[in-house]
Design a protein. Structure first.
Lengths: 497, 363
């Protein structure tokens, strides 16, 4: 990877006037801006960054941006596009202006995430075993058992150390006032952490002096910590064989699977590489079958074992659940964790935190209306044009209605869907997402962002990787961070001031 | 190591080597043409014969072996599994499936190679083709160099070596065969100055001319055959390739040298020994072309045994779609990269929390 040096001149013919980048005209607007407290006034954690960027010429910054993008392309940091004949991969667009989170604020977020993951883990262990939270009337049985990620086959399971959700990616957003909210939990197999690591690597080579001058929290030890977390799942084996189970090269997150396996030095396996033999899961090697002790699975719960869950799955391993029940193989995250990804279950997290930990929620949920409740449903139906309606079992932006951007027909359609299946929908007020200056065609524009930090949990205090994946809606005025619609990512700096 | 990974690494190296050698065939012919007297009819048919893809070529182009058709068929036609573009693409797909095993540098080089060939596929004029083939050779050498400079000499490296060496041995027989086919129509030309030039062009295509001169001095058919088949030191000679392939296979099998339970060891050992004691006279008695033909089928046999011994272990239960997956990158010319085609089920349904969901919030 090349390090960009300001002192290397462009060939004369290409030299642009050394016009410096300036935030003088940057308009934070009526939004919470992550880098500016008001027009022309950077937040203290971002001051040095802004100063540094303003000392650069436009061409230099654009070059850094391009070099970063080229590096990512060369590294093959790509996601897959299915309907494209030529290459099936594209680079997730990367913006060179980082998002800065001040260290003190991060401490609160870290505590909030630790609290949330700990409570969710208690919840999972409880509902698949003693079901106290149901008996005590905190979360209704129907809400749990009707959740699409709830797997009755996991009842009575006791995963090693009582840990169900070893790896979590939590989606956070900020509203106009700058208040943080948890938008979504991802406990099944969250992805995106490879971008966190690669983005940081690229930024370090683009702004080496800034990294020296600022106290930016390091993210690079994530793979080591992940491997530790996984190895702790086989406490009785001195040198356990840990593998990463991927659906294969066609999966959109394949790069990440490959990257993490490489960084941890563990085999990347597909379902067809694994077999159940003599009560153990084994992998097919050039020297015969070899026992596997821990599986970091990146396939959904439903696909893990066709003899127990979806029988049409060819991605999993027949018989694996029986071995898992028998305690002869560990799986992370544990099958059954998907229940917590349900949007209705999400709404009960504040109660879980109170019930299991006796604490107040540190990072609030976005207020959520249950369409199952008649009164709340009436409110939702009356305000479809201003609310956001989400299908409780969907993710990735599917099955939802953004009221303020929808047509009357769409609203009518959703009203019907809600009436037909009230359990299937929740509604939330429309939040006005915070923004970060972003380089668009040689000038800065405010673009909306969210944040997905990654948390590792092996029984004691959860480890939260400082920062996370900042996704940004790159198109002018756009609110969609989806990469297929011009969404991209930024490095996230947790800066101690 | 995983059988699937061994298979992918073996094929990654075979495909890179194959792309390089297709470039070499084409170059030998382009060189021959340059030395032919003006007015001589251009011969493009021999190239099709040599690659063994006559049937496919006829199907796609109706058998008309014009320069344009043949160059396109061998270079950028993705309908042919052995065109340079197809090979590099397959190499990259294999590399992509084992990125966690190979070094980042190796991946970057395969990726760069692929992008380079993909970009070049716009080439239309003969003049540009010339430069392209030497670029392909360089890119392949670059890959070999990066591999040797960055990969541990572990099992994976030896599988790569096996793939590269068996492919190279096969292709050296085919490069020698080009001359046989070119000569066929005009036996009179044997021993003429043109003949001499043609042998030189052939040697150059195998990057063998200079090394040849140091050993054999004068150009003769016997000398060239001797050098490219039996020289133990030249890295593209068949004997050299088989010696090294056997060395790698012994490492992989990790058995005593005389433990011959594995069919792959037996077949490769037998072939290597045969070449060890073979004389040039015996080769010419059999007929050079017939000898080369025979070699090619024996290489295929070795490749099949390797696949059976290490990559296609019996399964305790049968999963129909995986059963054939890793065995099916079979050796013969005209086979296609089939390894990962059948996994596409996993596309949309899994890893639901991909890094790309939308934000629903609005202003």
């Amino acid at each position: 990877m090349s390090c960009i040096d300001d002192n290397i001149p462009l060939p004369t013919v290409f030299r642009l006037p050394r016009c410096h980048m300036s935030f003088k005209n940057y308009e934070p607007g009526d939004f919470y801006d992550e880098l500016f407290s008001e027009k022309g006034v950077p937040r203290s954690a971002a001051a040095l960054l802004i100063e540094r960027i303003e000392s650069l010429s436009i061409d230099s910054l654009v070059r850094r941006q391009q070099a970063a993008q080229n590096t990512l392309f060369k590294l093959g940091v790509t996601f897959n596009v299915y309907d494209d004949n030529r290459g099936s991969e594209r680079v997730f667009p990367f913006d060179v202006v980082p998002r800065v989170v001040c260290g003190k604020e991060w401490q609160t977020l870290e505590k909030g995430l630790q609290q949330r993951i700990t409570a969710l883990n208690y919840f999972l262990d409880d509902i698949y075993n003693d079901q106290k939270i149901i008996e005590d009337g905190i979360v209704p049985r129907e809400a749990i058992e009707s959740a699409s990620g709830y797997l009755p086959d996991c009842k009575g399971l006791k995963p090693p150390n009582g840990v169900w959700c070893h790896i979590t990616g939590t989606d956070l957003v900020r509203d106009r006032q700058g208040t943080w909210y948890v938008l979504e939990d991802n406990l099944r197999c969250p992805s995106g952490v490879s971008y966190v690591l690669e983005n940081r690597w690229v930024m370090k080579s683009s702004f080496p002096t800034l990294f020296e001058a600022l106290d930016i929290k390091a993210v690079d030890d994530y793979p080591s910590r992940l491997l530790d977390t996984l190895m702790q799942l086989a406490p009785d084996i001195s040198n356990p064989t840990v593998v990463l189970l991927t659906p294969g090269t066609y999966n959109s997150a394949y790069f990440e699977h490959s990257f993490l396996a490489q960084q941890m030095g563990i085999p990347l396996v597909e379902g067809r590489d694994l077999v159940v033999d003599g009560g153990y899961v084994k992998m097919r090697t050039t020297r015969g079958l070899k026992q596997v002790d821990v599986i970091y699975r990146r396939i959904d719960d439903d696909f893990i074992d066709p003899t127990v869950f979806r029988s049409d799955s060819t991605l999993g391993v027949p018989g694996m659940m029986a071995v898992y029940r028998d305690g002869k193989v560990a799986i992370a995250n544990a099958p059954g964790t998907g229940v917590a990804d349900d949007k209705l279950i999400y709404a009960y997290v504040p109660e879980m935190i109170g019930y299991y930990l006796g604490e107040e929620q540190i990072i609030p949920n976005v207020p959520t209306y249950f369409c199952e409740d008649k009164k709340q449903q009436a409110h939702v139906l009356a305000n479809l044009d201003s609310l956001v309606v989400k299908a409780t079992d969907a993710s990735g932006g599917y099955g939802m209605l953004i009221g303020s951007q929808s047509t009357k027909e769409e609203q009518d359609e959703f009203a019907q869907r809600i009436k037909n299946n009230p359990r299937g929908y929740i509604a939330q007020p429309t939040l006005c997402l915070s923004r970060v200056p972003t380089l668009i065609e040689e000038s800065f524009e405010g673009c909306h962002v969210d944040l997905r930090p990654f948390t590792l949990f092996s029984g004691q205090t959860p480890y939260v990787n400082p920062g996370g994946l900042t996704r940004v809606a790159l198109r002018r005025g756009s609110l969609v961070v989806n990469s297929s619609q011009g969404g991209g990512s930024k490095d996230t700096w947790v800066v101690n001031t | 190591m995983l059988s699937r990974v061994a298979d992918a690494i073996y094929w990654l190296n075979r495909y890179i080597e194959r792309a390089e050698n297709v470039a070499r065939f084409v170059e030998v012919n382009l060189n021959l043409l340059m030395d032919s007297p003006v007015g001589t009819a251009e011969q493009w048919n021999p190239l099709i014969e040599v690659t063994g893809d006559r049937v496919l070529f006829q199907k796609l182009y109706g058998g008309e072996a014009t320069a344009e058709n043949v160059l396109n068929f061998l270079t950028f036609d993705t309908r042919s599994p052995n065109s340079i573009l197809s090979c590099v693409r397959a190499a990259r797909e294999n590399a992509r499936s084992v990125r966690e095993t190979i070094s980042s540098e190796m991946w970057e080089q395969v990726n760069a190679f692929y992008l380079q060939v993909e970009d070049a596929s716009e080439i239309k004029t003969r003049k540009d083709f010339h430069g392209f083939y030497s670029d392909v050779k360089v890119a392949s050498h670059h890959f070999a160099g990066v591999t040797n400079a960055t990969q541990s000499r572990n099992e994976s490296w030896h599988f790569g070596q096996l793939g590269q060496l068996l492919e190279r041995a096969d292709k050296t027989t085919r490069i020698l065969d080009v001359k046989y086919f070119v000569l066929l129509p005009s036996v009179d030309a044997v021993g003429s100055p043109i003949d001499d030039l043609q042998w030189i062009a052939l040697l150059k295509s195998a990057s063998a001319y200079e090394m040849y001169r140091k050993v054999e001095h004068t150009i003769s058919p016997a000398g060239v055959a001797n050098f490219l088949i039996l020289n133990p030191y030249f890295p593209r000679s068949i004997k050299f390739c088989l010696n090294r392939a056997e060395y790698s296979l012994n490492h992989i099998a990790n058995t005593e040298q005389h433990d011959n339970r594995l069919a792959s060891k037996r077949s490769l050992g037998r072939l290597r020994a045969e070449l060890e004691y073979l004389t040039l006279d015996e080769i010419f008695q059999q007929g050079l072309h017939e000898f080369l033909d025979d070699m090619q089928s024996k290489f295929n046999e070795v490749g099949n045994h390797i696949s059976k011994d290490f990559m296609a272990l019996p399964l305790p239960y049968v999963q129909p779609e995986t059963d054939s997956a890793s065995q099916s990158q079979d050796q013969s010319q005209g086979q296609s990269q089939s390894q990962s085609q059948n996994q596409s089920q996993g596309q949309s349904s899994t890893d639901s929390s991909q890094p790309t969901p939308e934000l629903q919030e609005v202003v």
